[in-house]
Design a protein around this ligand. Structure first.
Ligand SMILES: Cc1cc2nc3c(=O)[nH]c(=O)nc-3n(C[C@H](O)[C@H](O)[C@H](O)COP(=O)(O)OP(=O)(O)OC[C@H]3O[C@@H](n4cnc5c(N)ncnc54)[C@H](O)[C@@H]3O)c2cc1C
Length: 332
């Protein structure tokens, strides 16, 4: 496989424009488009408008032996200060259809905004999607991360996922193929991209609830999140995953970090949020290196003090497009 960037050669660009019309962008500053507002330039960002375009792009890169990576809304990602050399397929609003396919099932394209899917479910008189109503990512990213809140993960609502493998072949994955575990799925490692997800939720009457109760619960969850989480400075949500044994013993990561006096600890522009210790925020000019150094310092201090090695949820994207836990000594 060639490792040089999917260069900006005119022939390559015109082929990509043919495969992904209106979705080819060069020299995109990741510090402007990423959620953490950190990262150098991405040489090439491709935003497919359909599953077929996504499959055609992957097939093309496979044929040409060109590396590429796939991202969603970047709400769980820290990009390298050097930016990204391989082509980056970003599945976003251009591929965000949501459709009710039965009284209990919703088809969402991978770029659909997770809170919007939760709202559609509530409007259909369904319950079970409330826990994702405040998670600011795409359905594709949510399935890949098995994201959720209140000790739930989206995997439990998945009926099937439409996937595109590295060769561009479109397939179907059932939940039992997806390796769902706490904030884990096979899509973090197997090279497949989630193109769409069919999700099933429960009718409110069967759960002994009403639609307005579900609506009120969603409003409460969103108000709680606004109160608990930092709102102003860019961040990627919880940096560390919760660990049940550590939780029972000393509490969630935020409590352990706070106890060690980290709230307000700063490295360069990266700050351990005074609002919630499990958030590292960008105060304006944070670099990926500042952020990795602070996360690593926190992880090491909690390990030394409690014996628990907290697992990092945020993923670092190196300039070669590889994904790593957001810790030093990854390249920054
Ligand atoms: C303020 C805030 C609060 C948050 N709260 C929560 C929370 O309560 N619970 C929670 O679980 N998460 C939370 N997160 C983290 C994040 O929102 C979720 O992990 C989200 O599901 C990521 O979606 P994304 O589209 O942004 O994916 P990205 O961050 O772009 O990508 C994350 C990973 O998914 C992969 N990926 C993206 N799209 C696809 C696809 N279509 N197919 C295959 N792989 C794909 C990427 O390669 C990457 O490895 C929070 C983040 C923020 C900023």
């Amino acid at each position: 496989m060639r490792t040089e960037p999917a260069s900006t050669a005119p022939a390559l660009l015109s082929e990509l424009e043919r495969l992904c019309p209106g979705g080819v962008f060069q020299g995109v500053p990741l510090a402007q488009i990423s959620r953490w507002r950190i990262g150098g330039p991405a040489d090439l960002v491709l935003r497919p408008g359909s599953i077929e375009e996504l499959a055609a792009l992957r097939a093309f890169f496979h044929r040409e032996g060109l590396p590429h990576l796939v991202i969603g809304a970047t709400t769980n990602l820290l990009f390298s200060d050097a930016g990204l050399r391989p082509a980056c397929i970003q599945i976003d609003q251009r591929m965000a259809g949501i459709e009710a396919v039965s009284q209990t099932e919703i088809d969402a394209q991978a770029g659909a905004w997770a809170p919007r899917v939760a709202r559609v479910a509530m409007q259909m008189g369904l319950t079970g999607a409330e826990h994702v109503c405040g998670i600011p990512g795409t359905i594709g990213g949510l399935v890949c991360m098995n994201g959720g809140s209140q000790r739930k993960g989206i995997g439990s609502a998945l009926v099937e996922a439409v996937t595109v493998d590295e060769t561009g072949a479109i397939g179907i994955r059932r939940p039992e193929d997806c390796g769902f575990a706490y904030r884990r799925s096979v899509f973090q490692d197997n090279g497949e991209v989630v193109a769409a997800a069919r999700l099933r939720f429960e009718p409110v009457e069967e759960a002994g609830r009403t639609r307005s109760e579900v609506r009120r619960e969603m409003l409460r969850i969103m108000a709680d999140r606004r109160r608990k989480f930092p709102q102003k400075e860019p961040n990627c949500g919880s940096v560390f995953k919760s660990n049940p044994a550590m939780y029972d013993d000393i509490g969630p990561p935020g409590a352990a970090i706070e106890k060690l006096g980290f709230k307000g600890r700063r490295i360069g522009g990266a700050l351990c949020s005074p609002h919630h210790a499990n958030f590292v925020v960008n105060t304006g000019a944070a670099t990926a290196h500042d952020t990795l150094a602070l996360i690593t310092e926190i992880r090491d201090a909690v390990l030394a003090s409690t014996g628990y090695e907290m697992e990092v949820e945020a993923r670092y994207v190196a300039q070669d497009g590889s994904f790593h836990p957001a810790l030093l000594p990854a390249e920054a």
